[in-house]
Design a protein around this ligand. Structure first.
Ligand SMILES: Nc1ncnc2c1ncn2[C@@H]1O[C@H](COP(=O)(O)OP(=O)(O)OP(=O)(O)O)[C@@H](O)[C@H]1O
Ligand SMILES: [Mg+2]
Length: 337
């Protein structure tokens, strides 16, 4: 795969100057760390003595954190409750210099909060507090109104759909229509069940399970991958589909072009959570910096490679991307070591 160090230097230098809107399901991840010394007398379950806790941004908020780390300016648009978790979330966003003025509080909903109880490295239980029903008409109108108010400031939109209710068909139709009129790049990290609502967007980034499920064809061979990728492109009239394939890297399908397959270069894999968020953030940031879609996919793949090689989320910077990519270039070609 041809890519030159000069071009990488140019693109990574240009990254970090765009304003990118992230629309979708915002989540808060809570971790309770403790130790287990006994079994409860009340039920056959361990008693965890909690020693510390930690909160992290999840879902669309983690995509925003990735965008911020890349140097771009994230505008996070979504709905939270009017509860303790929403306060915590605002504090966290502030600490990461992510504006929260596009967040909409709906007192009838809970902020999505996922709590993991950990004993050492062992997860004992996870409990979720959330609503998954669609927004009511009033709240949806507030989201749309915010979107309309900022649309002229932004270069791209990332739709981060985790199926928690923000992304409805009617909202999607209006947002996508407006973006098409204004020539704004639209990227979607999809929820399988909404797949056929994402019509006419610039890129959709399902993993191979989601793509296979949505298309009704499991992906186990290259032939099936091509069938699903090309079929989906046509069915959704999307400009491109980026199917991420875990340890096998990713495949980019574009209108009227041969697909591009990009292998992974990661040497060590510690933590694959959040890799999808890094892929879409890095891809869109690259496009805003002037990359074509193949270049953006190559850069996004390098970003994911960095993320899976460490514990925690949102640490990929343009400088790190340049380093990572240069590690894998030999004679002007990206090669697997
Ligand atoms: N085990 C792995 N080894 C190397 N790279 C990986 C591995 N898992 C994921 N990646 C990298 O991360 C990218 C995205 O991973 P994956 O296809 O699992 O997406 P995802 O399922 O959407 O992730 P998420 O769990 O964050 O939603 C891959 O295309 C690849 O570049
Ligand atoms: Mg994903």
């Amino acid at each position: 795969m041809p890519i030159k160090p000069d071009r990488i230097a140019e693109l990574t230098k240009k990254m970090g100057n765009a304003k990118i809107l992230i629309l979708g399901d915002i989540m808060l991840d809570e971790y309770l760390f403790g130790q287990v010394n006994r079994i409860s007398p009340e039920a056959p379950v361990p008693v965890v003595e909690v020693i510390s806790d930690k909160f992290l941004l999840g879902g669309a908020a983690n995509v925003a954190a990735n965008i911020r780390k890349l140097g771009d300016d994230p505008l996070l648009l979504g709905v939270v409750g009017l509860d303790e978790a929403s306060v915590k979330l605002s504090q966290l966003l502030k600490s990461k210099i992510i504006r929260s003025d596009c967040l909409i509080n709906d007192e009838n909903r809970q902020t999505t909060l996922k709590t993991r109880v950990m004993a050492g490295n062992q997860q004992i239980v996870r409990y979720d507090r959330e609503n998954r029903h669609e927004l009511n008409a009033e709240t949806e109108l507030k989201v749309l109104t915010k979107f309309q108010a900022v649309v002229d400031e932004i270069s791209a939109v990332i739709i981060s759909d985790y199926g928690k209710g923000v992304i409805s068909l009617s909202l999607l139709e209006k947002v996508i229509k407006l973006c098409r009129e204004k020539n704004i790049f639209v990227a979607v990290d999809p929820k399988e069940t909404h797949f056929y609502n994402y019509k006419n967007v610039s890129v959709i980034t399902p993993n191979h399970h989601e793509a296979g499920f949505a298309y009704g064809q499991r992906i186990t061979t290259e032939k099936e991958l091509l069938e699903v990728g090309n079929g989906m492109l046509e069915k959704l009239q999307a400009k491109s589909i980026l199917i991420t394939r875990g340890p096998d890297g990713m495949s980019l399908f574009q209108e009227n072009k041969e697909p591009t397959h990009i292998p992974t270069f990661a040497k060590k894999v510690y933590d694959v959570t959040g890799a999808g968020d890094t892929v879409i953030a890095t891809f869109v940031s690259s496009v805003c910096a002037g990359a074509d879609l193949i270049e953006a996919a190559i850069i996004a793949n390098a970003g994911a490679g960095i993320t899976v090689g460490e514990v925690g989320t949102a640490s990929v910077t343009p400088e790190l991307l340049k380093k990572e990519l240069n590690l894998n270039i030999k004679d002007g070609n990206l090669v697997k070591n």
